[in-house]
Write a new protein. Structure first.
Length: 70
């Protein structure tokens, strides 16, 4: 399992930190993992699955047919 830093996440997702926070709080983005008092990360496989779901939505594949996010 690989953990993404904020910098790596931003490079992969291309959203601002504020927008990522809003999506996460709304339950529409993978949740972060608290690694320490001032350090968080995201599980790479969860973020990639989230991106894959966006691609499938774009391609017109029904979201209800997708596996649920953990």
């Amino acid at each position: 399992m690989r953990i993404l830093s904020k910098k790596e996440l931003r490079a992969l997702v291309l959203y601002s930190p504020g927008h990522i926070d809003r999506l996460e709080k709304a339950g529409r983005f993978p949740k972060r993992i608290v690694l320490g008092p001032c350090r968080v990360g995201w599980i790479e496989s969860e973020v990639l699955a989230w991106l894959d779901a966006r691609i499938k939505e774009r391609d017109g594949i029904c979201a209800s047919a997708l596996p649920e996010q953990a």
